[in-house]
Design a protein around this ligand. Structure first.
Ligand SMILES: [Zn+2]
Length: 332
């Protein structure tokens, strides 16, 4: 990440970006991914989920519009068959309420379609997801350190600003364990922090509702799947993967009134899905599945069940964002 930041600064200072942009023409599909839009600096939840504030988001959408053709997954067959041009998709994961309240009005005003991948279980039974709950347990704790010897070898100190490192350490441990241990681990964190588990009231208003999603669909947005409860699919047995994928498709069909054709893998790294996951996607009739570990797809290197996506993060400066969009072959 640091190397990219330094490279970007050099590119911008030297005017090299414009030069390189002309010299290194690329073609393909660049997919940008967001989670939350707004200001999360004071939040008890996982602050890493905020991708941009409203102002930065507006700038980013306008810049993309000026550089690329903004499409939806519905357009992919056409542009791939065509095999030339530079395209981008704007996507969102998880289904946070600010997507409707903040991002959707901006997208409408700019006339840009986006794709929203939602975990249907969060819409159906709003509750605080594991990453937000972990952050909340750490930030509301009155302890100055916690020990979880069964899960993490060293004690975790809370004596740093915002307890951000502690949150990251606990989330890393969660992501590394088999899905069946997740509940017991969260209980252990609840005990060790003495914060207890989040009540459902803590997460009230966190997610979009089906009415909001239907309104967005009617306005030209795409509503797609992101599992039911957001497990790391590759860490779950195949029966559970099937329930998560087919169950998500069933709920989308019931509420939105169309089959689930697009899916994004929860967490989305190269190890978060496997051949079993893709088997279930085929069974569910999914046409494109999106990962989340950087990169972009060239037309000659197309993989429908691993459409690569780039994270948009709050620490991206405007220059850095513009460089990614102009030079994805170097920076995406
Ligand atoms: Zn997600």
């Amino acid at each position: 990440m640091m190397k990219k930041a330094i490279a970007t600064r050099l590119l911008c200072q030297s005017g090299l970006r414009a030069l390189l942009g002309r010299a290194m023409e690329w073609s393909g599909v660049l997919v940008l991914n967001y989670h939350r839009v707004g200001n999360g600096k004071e939040s008890s939840f996982d602050r890493g989920l905020w991708s941009a504030d409203a102002e930065a988001f507006t700038d980013q959408i306008r810049f993309c519009k000026s550089q690329l053709d903004l499409i939806t997954p519905d357009d992919i067959p056409r542009v791939v068959a065509n095999g030339s041009g530079r395209y981008a998709l704007i996507t969102f994961d998880d289904g946070y309420r600010d997507n409707y309240e903040t991002a959707f009005p901006i997208l409408k005003a700019e006339g840009v379609p986006a794709t929203f991948f939602v975990a249907t279980g969060f819409v159906d039974n709003p509750q605080v997801p594991w990453w937000d709950e972990t952050a909340w347990m750490v930030r509301t704790s009155r302890q100055d350190r916690v020990e979880l010897p069964e899960w993490i070898p060293a004690a975790i100190s809370f004596d740093e600003p915002d307890r951000e490192q502690a949150v990251r350490t606990l989330l890393r441990a969660y992501k590394a364990m088999p899905a069946e241990s997740n509940g017991r681990y969260l209980d252990a964190v609840a005990d060790a922090t003495r914060s207890g588990r989040c009540g459902t009231d803590v997460g009230r208003g966190l997610w979009m509702t089906w009415d909001m999603l239907r309104e967005m669909r009617a306005a030209g947005m795409i509503v797609a799947g992101h599992s039911v409860t957001h497990p790391i699919l590759a860490r779950a047995p195949i029966e559970r993967q099937r329930e998560e994928i087919l169950g998500c498709g069933t709920r989308l069909a019931e509420e939105i009134g169309e089959p689930m054709r697009y899916f994004s893998y929860p967490v989305g790294g190269p190890n978060s899905f496997n051949s079993g996951t893709q088997e279930c996607l085929r069974e569910a009739g999914v046409q494109y599945a999106f990962s989340y570990y950087g990169g972009f797809r060239r037309f000659g290197d197309w993989s429908s069940y691993d459409v690569r996506r780039v994270a948009v993060e709050t620490y991206l400066t405007a220059d850095w964002f513009r460089s990614i969009v102009t030079l994805p072959q170097l920076l995406a």
